[in-house]
Design a protein around this ligand. Structure first.
Ligand SMILES: Cc1cc2nc3c(=O)[nH]c(=O)nc-3n(C[C@H](O)[C@H](O)[C@H](O)COP(=O)(O)OP(=O)(O)OC[C@H]3O[C@@H](n4cnc5c(N)ncnc54)[C@H](O)[C@@H]3O)c2cc1C
Length: 379
């Protein structure tokens, strides 16, 4: 559904994205689901076509476009139920950290290679012992002369299996609380950096999600991103954007699921007539249509705010929890109307359902989002 925020140039770009996904992702997706990760060549091809780092300035290799271009890519991937390749994390989460907080040298070293798909990136905050409570991370980055020595363990890291560069959240001071956390750029070919197994998940099978181990990994002190002790503040600044990305995903998939279900219930017959003629089907899909429409209006409102630089953390949290809870509910409703076929992975609704569950968990759980909204009420 195109709305005013998607202008003609975005719709033209949408066609480029669609043709890329149909030719470079769709034919391989089933194999990637089996492999648990995508191939590197799709990253190179995406880079060649200008589909990575779209809103990073051209001076650093990006496309210099507005954020709505990123939204178009996320929407088109969502509609095809492509949880991978992890372009979103790379282009729309990691790149903004480097662009916003990196030194000129860091930006020039990494962003052009990231834009070409030559360097794949990840961000590692979560640890086995803590996810929601980020201040409690235990990974350390201790100074030793001109170097930092990192030790710790990270888990559930998207792109962790393929990444060449990881932004690691680590404690540079154990006693300074939130001000003791820093973000450190860690090249994955450094001695002491090890990847654990590619984690088996209930959905998003083509997207690699890995454990990472840091055992006396030495990096130059210049690898700190945005100043020592500023890591927690930078995470708090960037997480609203990450939450909005998940909300975009949620709305696009709801819209797609409604389309598939209308089509299916028109064709499928029971008791001598199409399912679409049963009042239950009609009323359920009328509810879905109404809720998706309200969702789209709210999302576009958030997108507009974001583009104007006015999306606050509370509104981002509202969009994240409400739209992902809604998408999980509506996907369940739609799947039910497919009967047994809804449980078969050859139908996109099945993969959409399995892939959806994590949206209520990653980028901040529903409960943490509600806590953030509540804080704004009672602060
Ligand atoms: C597929 C996948 C990909 C991921 N990708 C990344 C990644 O790329 N990088 C990264 O750093 N992390 C990543 N994560 C981690 C993700 O962000 C965390 O799983 C999430 O933040 C929750 O943390 P946790 O798993 O430690 O759960 P916990 O924090 O242990 O929470 C467990 C339960 O307690 C609830 N809870 C916790 N605190 C509160 C509270 N104060 N009030 C009420 N309820 C609360 C939670 O809502 C949840 O229901 C990914 C996770 C998954 C599953």
């Amino acid at each position: 559904m195109a709305t005013s925020i998607f202008k003609q140039e975005h719709e033209l770009f949408r066609r480029t994205v669609q043709s890329f996904l149909d030719s470079e992702v769709a034919p391989h997706y089933e194999r990637w689901e089996g492999d648990g990760q995508v191939g590197r060549d799709v990253w190179h091809k995406a880079g060649e076509q200008g589909l990575l780092l779209t809103d990073i300035p051209a001076a650093y290799g990006g496309a210099g476009a507005d954020f709505i271009y990123s939204a178009v890519i996320i929407e088109e991937m969502a509609k095809r139920v492509f949880a991978a390749p992890g372009f979103r994390l790379h282009s729309d989460i990691v790149a903004p950290y480097i662009f916003n907080y990196g030194s000129e040298e860091q930006k020039r070293t990494w962003l052009p290679k990231m834009a070409k798909g030559q360097v794949i990136t990840a961000i590692a905050m979560t640890e086995p012992g803590t996810g929601s409570d980020l201040q409690s991370i235990r990974t350390t980055a201790r100074r030793n002369g001109n170097e930092l020595v990192l030790n710790g363990q990270k888990t559930f890291i998207t792109n962790g299996g393929l990444a060449d560069l990881v932004i690691v959240a680590a404690k540079t001071s154990a006693s300074a609380g939130a001000k003791g956390m820093s973000l450190v750029l860690v090249e994955t070919d450094r001695a002491g950096f090890k990847r654990g197994k590619n984690l088996k998940k209930i959905g998003q099978h083509a997207q690699d999600t890995a454990e990472l181990f840091l055992e006396d990994v030495r990096v130059p002190a210049g690898n700190i991103l945005g100043g020592e002790g500023s890591g927690f503040a930078h995470l708090m600044d960037q997480l609203p954007r990450e939450r909005l990305l998940v909300a975009i995903d949620a709305v696009a998939i709801m819209e797609a699921a409604l389309g598939w279900t209308v089509e299916y219930t028109r064709e499928r017959r029971a008791f001598g007539k199409p399912l679409a003629e049963l009042q239950n089907t009609r009323f359920k899909l009328a509810e879905v249509k109404t809720e998706v429409t309200v969702a789209r209006v709210f999302l576009d409102h958030c997108l507009k705010l974001f583009v104007q630089g006015e999306l606050d953390a509370t509104t981002a949290a509202m969009s994240k929890w409400w739209l992902t809870e809604l998408d999980n509910k509506l996907l369940d409703t739609c799947l039910q109307l497919f009967g047994g076929y809804g449980y078969m992975l050859e139908y996109p609704i099945a993969r959409a359902y399995a892939d959806a569950r994590v949206r209520r968990i990653y980028a901040g759980t529903t409960e943490i989002m509600k806590e953030l909204v509540a804080r704004s009420l009672f602060s």
